[in-house]
Design a protein around this ligand. Structure first.
Ligand code: DX5
Ligand code: ZN
Length: 237
């Protein structure tokens, strides 16, 4: 998808985006297919460099494998790396649809976001729990998605930080005031117990790693998470 169509026209939100960080890599293809067969349209890929975050995950090769396993999925690629501009083309070639960079990891985020869009991809900005929204205020007109981290990035399976909820609500209010239409994503600690509350706050994309891939019955878990989102967003309307 090299043309930047309106995401709102092509996908239904709120949506669950399983993070393959928590998948079983001995059978990654089957893990991804278990999601797409259960109605998942977005797959979240977590790239970690061992510098910006204290863990190393994977690079473009796994994104490319995800692309082959799910030719029609929207690959939401979350770069938790310093100097992201150096790797944009590699992730584009691997099949990413959207690339998010961290505001804290790139002093030239504005330029890098433009470069992502020039490659025909969607551009996202991610912020850590301790980073104020004001740090990305000027970037908001430039992005297709804001990823609000609800854990300190680096590892799956962490506890959801509740302070992320007012942050989402403020961001949703700003979006309305500014007349913008970027998507709001929450990443980290999402599960059946809090998905409804997260959707009610105005979240469009809920990333879920261990909750999805930790479930034996993948389809049942995805359905439950999706139902919770729908209930929460109905309250919002
Ligand atoms: C954290 C990653 C998240 C994480 C989500 O650094 O960006 O995407 O893997 O995993 P869970 O859902 O297990 O918190
Ligand atoms: Zn992520």
């Amino acid at each position: 998808m090299n043309i930047r169509h309106s995401l709102h026209e092509h996908y239904n939100f709120p949506a669950i985006a399983p993070s393959i960080l928590a998948a079983d890599y001995t059978k990654l293809g089957a893990e991804i297919e278990s999601c797409t067969k259960s109605g998942i349209k977005w797959i979240h890929c977590d790239v970690m460099d061992g510098h910006f975050v204290p863990n190393i995950s994977y690079g473009p090769m796994i994104v490319e494998a995800a692309r082959r396993s799910a030719p029609d999925a929207f690959l939401d690629t979350h770069l938790m790396i310093y100097n992201p501009a150096q790797y944009l083309e590699a992730f584009q070639k691997a099949g990413a649809n959207l690339i998010s960079i961290h505001a804290e990891a790139d002093p030239h985020a504005h330029r890098t976001l433009s470069a992502i869009k020039e490659l025909g991809l969607y551009a996202g900005i991610a912020i850590n729990p301790g980073t104020p929204l004001t740090q990305i205020e000027e970037l908001l007109p430039e992005v297709d998605l804001v990823c609000v981290m609800s854990v300190n990035p680096g590892f799956g399976g962490q506890k959801f930080i509740n302070g992320s909820i007012p942050k989402i609500q403020r961001l949703a209010a700003w979006r309305k005031q500014m007349g913008l239409n970027f998507l709001i994503e929450i990443d980290g600690g999402v599960g059946v117990d809090n998905a409804e509350m997260i959707a009610r706050a105005g979240t469009d994309v809920l990333v879920a790693g261990s909750s999805v891939f930790g479930a034996e019955d993948r389809q049942e878990r995805i359905q439950r998470l999706t139902q919770k989102c729908i209930i929460g967003s109905t309250d919002l309307a």
